[in-house]
Ligand binder design. Structure first.
Ligand code: HEM
Ligand code: HEM
Length: 215
């Protein structure tokens, strides 16, 4: 901290990033919890496809979104990753309020895995490659679940190390930083539009209006 540049809570995560994250949690958990029931099959598909829709949105938002939502802000390459790991041992403070470059790898992997789960789920429905695809789908879903567990544990651990509640930040959008580091617009409209689009995709799938994807 420095006298001319005091740290305070500033807006870092825009509303679409937060809406994306918590809707993804709901979708992933929903798909997981409905995966074994034949009666809830359409709900399973609806959660799964809506999760994929969220990830596709996030890819676009990673290119055109606000400062800390952009991939260019947190994908740092091997040098940036090594520098960050070294800095953990020197000081637990992460100077940039955005994602840290190591966590970013897990986030990108999770997004990629969600798309792969969706694709293999679709192929299972279409019975491509016989029964094998169902097994592949389940294996990738289990891998993603293991990574989610690591991701959540890392978020809790880093919150303690950084002495900043990162989970609360994903809800409020606010983190410690200087005024110049803040993003200016929360982009509420975009977040609400994302929520509506998510609900619409869910409804289309669950009501059987997209038979090409569910039969
Ligand atoms: C209750 C469970 C979860 C908690 C508490 C949690 C917590 C968090 C936190 C704190 C961050 C921000 C990390 C930072 O400050 O740099 C984050 C980001 C992220 N998490 Fe989670 N997470 C959870 C579940 C999930 C699940 C189930 C997925 C995906 C299947 C997921 C995917 C992501 C992604 C993709 C990001 C990056 C967000 C963005 O930039 O848009 N998370 N999570
Ligand atoms: C994040 C999204 C998803 C997750 C976490 C997920 C998870 C799972 C899991 C764990 C199973 C195995 C259930 C068991 O124990 O038998 C399963 C089965 C299945 N899922 Fe998903 N799934 C997701 C998305 C989808 C999507 C988008 C579809 C496509 C319509 C789909 C179609 C299926 C089918 C057809 C099965 C039965 C496979 C078989 O045993 O032949 N899933 N899913």
């Amino acid at each position: 901290m420095n006298a001319t540049n005091p740290k305070k809570y500033i807006l870092v995560w825009d509303f679409p990033v937060r809406a994306f994250h918590w809707l993804l949690v709901v979708s992933f958990a929903g798909a997981w919890l409905t995966s074994e029931s034949e009666a809830l099959q359409m709900i399973h598909y609806a959660f799964g496809y809506s999760a994929c829709g969220l990830v596709l949105f996030r890819v676009v938002w990673g290119l055109v979104g606000t400062k800390y939502a952009r991939f260019s802000q947190f994908i740092k390459g091997p040098k940036g990753v090594i520098k960050h790991i070294q800095s953990i041992f020197v000081s637990s403070k992460h100077s940039d309020p955005g994602h840290n470059p190591v966590g970013a790898i897990a986030m990108l992997a999770l997004m990629g895995l969600v798309l792969l789960i969706g694709l293999t789920g679709y192929w299972s429905v279409k019975e491509f490659f016989g029964d094998v695809m169902g097994e592949v789908h389940e294996a990738i879903a289990s891998l993603a679940m293991a990574l989610v567990a690591i991701h959540v544990a890392a978020a809790i651990l880093m919150s303690f190390l950084q002495k900043e509640n990162l989970i609360k930040s994903m809800v409020t959008g606010k983190k410690l930083g200087t005024e110049e580091q803040a993003i200016r617009y929360p982009m509420y409209f975009m977040g609400v539009a994302l929520g509506i689009a998510w609900a619409y995709v869910f409804y289309l799938v669950v009501s059987g209006s997209l038979p090409a994807f569910t039969q």
